[in-house]
Design a protein around this ligand. Structure first.
Ligand code: MN
Length: 191
């Protein structure tokens, strides 16, 4: 079962993240999403729809539009497609505890049948903020390098220039404080 690791790592009584189920669509374009995740370490989660799940990579510095940059991308467990709408906080003590902000979304296109186990995957990202041709190059186990390939989108973006959600326009701080407020309201209600 593809999403076994995803479900095993999470307690769905405690986190608002969606439960993992596989969803294969027909004829649609492949979805792409990046979530900015401030957890134990700040990173960007790159997710590419493939065979009914999001194949996922944690990219500490996020993608670069400079072809000279080699960004580490650590492959993590597959995520359900419903995760592509998740924004909010993961409670303390839970796996991935911290704040998740929807950073970019759109579609992606593999340039040949991708093998996410090893080798090189070349693809095009068609996001709102991130666009263009990229390569993921496997170098050791789950460790890959994410590199921008030459095209008209070279130098077209810098992840550090965006600090709001692509979905709600909220900042990390607003997303984090919102859930603190929700907890307070909840605690006041049960008294
Ligand atoms: Mn993450």
């Amino acid at each position: 079962m593809k999403l076994r690791d995803y479900n095993k790592k999470r307690n769905f009584d405690k986190t608002k993240e969606p439960k993992g189920t596989i969803k294969i669509k027909k004829g649609n374009k492949l979805k792409y999403v990046i979530q900015h995740h401030i957890a134990r370490k700040d990173h960007y989660d790159l997710r590419l729809e493939w065979n009914g799940v999001y194949v996922s990579f944690a990219v500490p510095k996020g993608p670069s539009s400079n072809t000279k940059d080699k960004r580490l991308a650590v492959k993590v467990e597959d995520h359900p497609l419903s995760y592509g709408n998740f924004e909010g906080t993961i409670p303390k003590g839970e796996y991935g505890a911290g704040t998740v902000m929807l950073f970019d979304k759109g579609t992606w296109e593999p340039l040949s049948t991708p093998n996410f186990k090893s080798g090189v995957v070349k693809f095009i990202i068609k996001g709102k903020r991130i666009k263009g041709k990229f390569a993921l190059i496997n170098f050791k186990g789950d460790n890959w390098l994410l590199i921008k390939e030459n095209d008209k989108y070279v130098s077209s973006f810098d992840v550090n220039n965006f600090n709001t959600s692509i979905k709600t326009g909220k900042t990390m701080g607003e997303i984090a404080s919102e859930s603190i407020l929700m907890i307070l309201i909840y605690l006041l209600q049960i008294r």
